[in-house]
Design a binder for this molecule. Structure first.
Ligand SMILES: Cc1cc2nc3c(=O)[nH]c(=O)nc-3n(C[C@H](O)[C@H](O)[C@H](O)COP(=O)(O)O)c2cc1C
Length: 171
């Protein structure tokens, strides 16, 4: 067992080490989609997504306060969680890129309130914004799940600063 000394725990955290440490937690990859105030589709790659509650059905994700799309997400009543499939690494990179039209060439269908559902994903959770909470340099968005869809596909994973493939292990 590794015992963390009080001294070590009290010393200032190295931001790079913290990033590396947090990055060792493997997640899936989502694109959070909304319509902006003009009805234009917006999307951002996010791996901060997590389930929160089954009854009521709630999910949570966090967005950096400095994101250019911050106001769009803050004001959107509806958003969708698009859970990416293993072959959608280019989609993840595109929705994380700056200075590009992220939806150019991306096929999608309109979901509840016209929110885009990107084609080819593993699953979709269509949500209504339930609450938002401050979280340091991020804000936490809680969504109430109104509708779900699932496809038989392998999910894309992310960890250690890179994309990973998921492999089923037998117990
Ligand atoms: C795999 C991956 C996961 C990410 N997860 C988040 C996230 O959970 N929250 C967030 O604010 N940004 C996240 N980002 C960064 C955004 O996708 C985006 O690159 C960044 O916000 C800059 O664009 P913007 O100024 O348009 O927001 C992630 C990027 C990648 C590649």
């Amino acid at each position: 067992m590794t015992v963390i000394s009080t001294e070590a725990a009290q010393s200032a955290l190295d931001p790079l080490e913290l990033r590396r440490c947090l990055g060792s937690f493997v997640t899936g990859v989502t694109v959070m989609t909304v319509l902006d105030a003009d009805g234009k589709p917006e999307g951002i790659t996010a791996n901060s997504f997590s389930s929160l509650s089954l009854d009521p059905p709630l999910i949570v994700w966090s967005l950096r306060l400095s994101s250019r799309s911050f106001n769009t997400y803050k004001n959107a009543l509806h958003f969708a969680v698009n859970i990416l499939a293993q072959d959608q690494m280019p989609v993840s990179n595109r929705f994380a890129a700056s200075g590009v039209d992220r939806f150019e060439g991306v096929e999608y269908t309109p979901g509840i309130a016209g929110v885009p559902l990107i084609k080819g994903c593993v699953a979709y959770l269509e949500c209504r914004l339930e609450a938002s909470y401050p979280g340091g340099d991020h804000v936490l968005f809680v969504g109430r799940v109104e509708r779900i869809h699932m496809n038989e596909r392998q999910p894309l994973a992310y960890g250690g600063g890179g994309y990973l493939a998921v492999q089923q292990l037998t117990a």
